[in-house]
Design a protein around this ligand. Structure first.
Ligand SMILES: C[S@@+](CC[C@H](N)C(=O)[O-])C[C@H]1O[C@@H](n2cnc3c(N)ncnc32)[C@H](O)[C@@H]1O
Length: 264
């Protein structure tokens, strides 16, 4: 998924919220129990979905948030959709490229560094740079990390071929710039932070999603990948899937993981 349309980010927000692993939220709340103020940065915030979710889920008051993204248009949407509650003290919007400018960042000012549906699009060398800048960060939490498997119901004999193509594409260059790690992201971040943090990986799968618009948007990503790779033999699969979605006979599941690191 190379370009993140705001409409897709809004569409997936509800599904992501239902999928995020609640055990991790409990651990975050338990960690911050004695804090008077919590400073949080959300990397690749998009339209602000992770901020809206987490600011409600974190029980404690005096949250100061920085929402950061490369896309001005998404940041504008995030700004429009900021929902202030009595726990939020301050919100700062930051337009930046966290790959290109990683060394201009210090994460020392944050108690929690977070992101959602973000890690899989980062390149391999970014992880080590990010880790080195965060060896003392108290909590690092990345949710909805694509884990390399999705399935539509009903089955089709080309399912495996499409999945393979999709996963290869996730690891391809984004905007002709950086090669992303794709489905390996959870293992890579876990290996980095295990040296200095207690790490957790929990499932955050999208399970049996029946929403038509959501499925059609996901299918559209698949179609673009098939066309880009000129795998015209897989276009029958798209037609089969569209037909089933439109006729309310389809559901979609996608495997994701949530990652939490707590400084030892
Ligand atoms: C799949 S979207 C997820 C957005 C949001 N976190 C959510 O859960 O809806 C990935 C986001 O990362 C942003 N992004 C991609 N590369 C980036 C970079 N180098 N620096 C900052 N943000 C980036 C994109 O603009 C996009 O908003």
């Amino acid at each position: 998924m190379h370009k993140f349309e705001n409409s897709w980010l809004f569409q997936r927000e509800k599904v992501d919220n239902l999928s995020k692993n609640i055990s991790i939220i409990k651990k975050i709340n338990s960690f911050f129990k004695s804090y008077n103020e919590i400073r949080i940065i959300d990397l690749g915030t998009g339209t602000g979905s992770n901020f809206r979710y987490l600011s409600k889920k974190i029980k404690y008051k005096n949250q100061s948030w920085t929402l950061m993204d490369l896309s001005k248009s998404s940041l504008n949407e995030a700004k429009k959709n900021i929902v202030i509650n009595n726990k939020i003290k301050k919100i700062n919007l930051k337009h930046d490229d966290i790959i290109k400018n990683i060394h201009q960042h210090t994460f020392k000012d944050y108690d929690l560094v977070t992101g959602s549906a973000f890690l899989d699009i980062m390149p391999l060398d970014w992880f080590n740079k990010f880790y080195k800048l965060n060896t003392n960060t108290k909590l690092v939490y990345f949710s909805i990390n694509y884990d390399g498997y999705f399935k539509f119901f009903p089955k089709h004999n080309l399912d495996k071929d499409v999945l393979k193509l999709f996963n290869n594409d996730q690891k391809s260059k984004k905007n002709n710039k950086n090669k992303a790690v794709g489905p390996d992201c959870s293992d890579i971040i876990n290996n980095c932070f295990s040296k200095t943090h207690k790490c957790y990986l929990f499932k955050s799968n999208w399970t049996d999603v029946k929403n038509k618009k959501f499925q059609l948007m996901f299918l559209d990503f698949c179609e673009k990948i098939i066309k880009k790779n000129r795998k015209t033999n897989l276009l029958d699969w798209i037609e089969f899937r569209k037909d089933n979605i439109i006729n309310n006979k389809s559901k979609l599941s996608v495997n994701n993981k949530d990652f939490l690191a707590i400084k030892i």
